[in-house]
Design a protein around this ligand. Sequence first.
Ligand SMILES: NC(=O)C1=CN([C@@H]2O[C@H](COP(=O)(O)OP(=O)(O)OC[C@H]3O[C@@H](n4cnc5c(N)ncnc54)[C@H](O)[C@@H]3O)[C@@H](O)[C@H]2O)[C@@H](O)CC1
Ligand SMILES: [K+]
Length: 526
Amino acid sequence: MLEILTATEMRAREQVAIESGGVTGLDLMERAGRAVVDAVFAEWPELAQTPQTAAVLCGPGNNGGDGFVIARLLKAWGWEVGVYLYGDPERLPPDARINHDRWCAMGSVHDLAQASVEGLKVALMVDALFGTGLRRPLEGVAQQGLNQVAARVVAVDLPSGLCSDSGRVLGTVSNAVRAALTVTFHAPKLGHVLADGPAVCGRVMVADIALAAQAGGAVRLVAPPDAQSLTKAETAHKFGHGHALILTGGAGTTGAARLAARAALRIGAGVVTLGVPPSAQMEVAAQITALMLRRIEDGKTLYAALTDKRITALCLGPGMGTARARDLVPVVLRHESAPRVVLDADALTAFADAPETLFGLLHEGCVLTPHGGEFARLFPDIAARLAAPATQGPAYSKVEATREAAKRAGCVVLLKGADTVIAAPDGACAIHAAAYGRAAPWLATAGAGDVLAGFVAGLLARGFPPMQAAETAAWLHGECARCFGPGLIAEDLPEVLPKVLRALPDQAARASSRMSALLANSNPST
Ligand SMILES: NC(=O)C1=CN([C@@H]2O[C@H](COP(=O)(O)OP(=O)(O)OC[C@H]3O[C@@H](n4cnc5c(N)ncnc54)[C@H](O)[C@@H]3O)[C@@H](O)[C@H]2O)[C@@H](O)CC1
Ligand SMILES: [K+]
């Protein structure tokens, strides 16, 4: 499990370490500064060859303190270093003040408000203006500082202007430093993977500053699934792996459900049946082979079908039509056999006028997989809060929004995006970040969401608990897209899954090293 922290959790870890007496805040600041210098030389080895020029922009807090350490270390390497402080040296917090004074013994500090840094020609720009303490949008000279065009910009902890808990740039997106490299400490922060984070961080390296490992933070990054959890026991028969029932819409609109069904079958559900209205029976029958077909005309036939205890999960929504969804979703959710259910697409939109009706029926065996638009239909107030401009840090985040939605719905909610957030009503939360080394831009294609719903349904049918089903499906979905690469269309996702599954043991190892490249680790520096 790769932990990912909020600013508060990071501060708490620092506090525990300091209170244990093993380390001081000053030690941690020294390690942080040294780790940034090490990371710069690792990223740009040419800079280690001969002394260069750097501008270090220091802010009024401890992020600025890290900046003074970096300036001192670069100077010790023979570099020509200009230091620019945004704020009053008298008001620096104690450790930052000590490092400010240490630097003053080696060089001068320019007041960023007085000295123009525009047009400076330096090999390296160090952004140490703000880190986890950012509270409002950058303005005035701080903003001027970020308009600098340097060949290489390294951000200390976070690009200044980026909110560490939400990944949102406070103010407008142009109000943040665009870094080529971001060096953060101990663990990545939510802001590195959510929202605008990946667009402004460049490459992210996680530097070990020798803080003791502790129980994980409240949010996790989705990890590659354990290959063992996806294998099939040699002795089990098909119903031992569950039976997923996927309802289609009428004639001409069955493609989405067929995609979901194929995905459910590929991910290992033992049996997958498409439940079709009479009008679509011929169309679906002509298209399928390994999939089964059953007439599900109305609530009555569906109710009767569900008395078959071997049906362990359903997928409702893709191409279903809102009228059919309005009729059939309640039948499934009220059924005494309480099968696990994925609700997607039309099954969510069908309740846009009365989300409370849906919430009253949902249970903990359900998973909702909305995209942003469907989410806004069911949770308009939460979506409005998330869409409101971010003017104060920490800003309202997709993590908070998804958690709130899961609590209200009473089931797991997977809110799609390049930053997919998955939350359970008890607050459990994981992020699947299709960013950095795991970017999957070809996933933005029609039908990809139907396949994801099918993956979740297949895993639920196999007996995966809802949260694990959603996380595993999200990871495999992203991995399939990455494995196929350019030219991907939705049909390819289930077809490439066997290759992804076969590679899983190695894949897991490779993915974790890829994650550490996104989130690359460096060694403790002291
Ligand atoms: N927590 C930890 O374990 C460690 C923290 N370190 C560094 O400390 C940083 C956090 O330090 P701080 O909590 O002092 O926070 P920051 O240094 O990020 O900034 C806080 C200061 O900036 C002011 N401020 C916030 N937004 C502003 C804006 N838009 N315009 C003007 N002023 C603004 C605040 O009033 C406060 O004075 C981390 O990002 C990291 O760089 C490292 O030294 C190593 C260890
Ligand atoms: K910074």
